[in-house]
Design a protein around this ligand. Sequence first.
Ligand SMILES: Nc1ncnc2c1ncn2[C@@H]1O[C@H](COP(=O)(O)OP(=O)(O)OP(=O)(O)O)[C@@H](O)[C@H]1O
Ligand SMILES: [Mg+2]
Length: 432
Amino acid sequence: MTDERMVTVLVAVRAPDEEAAVVTVLGAQPRVKVARRCAELTELLAAAEAGAGTAAVVSGDLPGLDRDAVARLRGAGLRVVALEDPATSAERLAGLGCDVVVTEGDAENLVAAVRGDAPEAAPPPAPAPELEGRPGTIVAVWGPAGSPGRTTTAIELAAALAGVGAAGPRRPGLRRRARPAVPPHGAGTVLLADADTYASSVTSRLGLLDDAPGLAAAARAAGQGVLDVVTLAGHSPVVLPGVRVLTGITRASRWPELSATSLDVVFQRCRSLASWTVVDCGPVLEADELLMYDTRAPQRNGATLSALQAADIVVVVGGADPVGLQRLVRGLEDLRDAAVPVPAARLVVVNRVRESAVGRRAGSQIRDALARYAGVDDVHLVPDDPAGLDAALLAGRVLAECAPTSPARAGFSGLADRVRELVPSGVVGASG
Ligand SMILES: Nc1ncnc2c1ncn2[C@@H]1O[C@H](COP(=O)(O)OP(=O)(O)OP(=O)(O)O)[C@@H](O)[C@H]1O
Ligand SMILES: [Mg+2]
């Protein structure tokens, strides 16, 4: 629909003759005004955030133009029109989140685009034919602070969903290197993503070498608009039969590499690569922007919020002791009030159930407490199993490999069954 209001345009086009052509074309239109010519991205962002324009025309190859930058422009209320040239494909620019992509020199479409009359940019390319099929399901494993067992749950759930069985003995102490990426094979695979920006631990828990963090690499590719399923597969080596891993950041200080705008795309692509994506989340849910005046600052908890927003199922893990249960009750409230909508179905897990910390008939005491204080009447209990989990920690393996008869393993297998039940029943919709 044609907007009758004035369109004020910020132009950030690299080549001087292309910039002159854009300014001439737009300047000749009624109700269109070129408000600013910006020499670089930072100037464009500053002008946009100062409210100087309603549309931006940018070169596709503008240095620094990535998903975060486009999100900032759109967040400032601008329609982002990108100019495609031979070096920057329309798919990549659409992948950055630009509203419209126009070929350089196409004056007619440029005018329509800044006015909002042009068709929106084509969505990112569909998965390669061999990967097509039902989109995978995303399961976010979240829980409050205090190490209730989020990572353990995420790893064991991933292994159980993939049907990892007991393996033959391996040389103890052998540090396993992630096997090289194999060609993607959509159906039946599980992708385990470590998105904990405070204390990532999947790498060491699975006995992997501290290579470059796969999730950050995938996020970087997404930020540049070039994350397709094959690239994602390259960043997520197969480390167990049927289980790929996107490893987490090696230092907590690297959290800005896991921005929500990029991870939104990563999780979307995960649906095409694997039947199940299990995300180990950090414990904190606050959106920093509520606390800070600088609303453009990167968000420390963006990765967790992105995973929760993308998830079809959130597995909420609490510890089975008085402190852990209290935190779980508050955590469920926090999840309800999270800064992003969390549409997913919840599955509440209480981990490390033991009488020594809760009293006799620990299971029914926990169920009663959660029904009374959190209104949760369906709780999945996982027993405390220090012997099994310590053996897994020591060996850098999952329970199925090193303690197949572990009671905790049985608890996590039961959890996988519950998760599977939620999907075909239509309780959750695996959406693309
Ligand atoms: N069911 C269990 N029985 C015995 N020990 C367990 C069980 N679940 C987890 N653990 C142990 O508890 C410790 C914390 O578990 P884990 O690292 O999974 O928690 P987390 O919530 O991810 O913590 P963090 O805050 O470090 O991310 C680990 O040493 C793990 O082996
Ligand atoms: Mg953890």
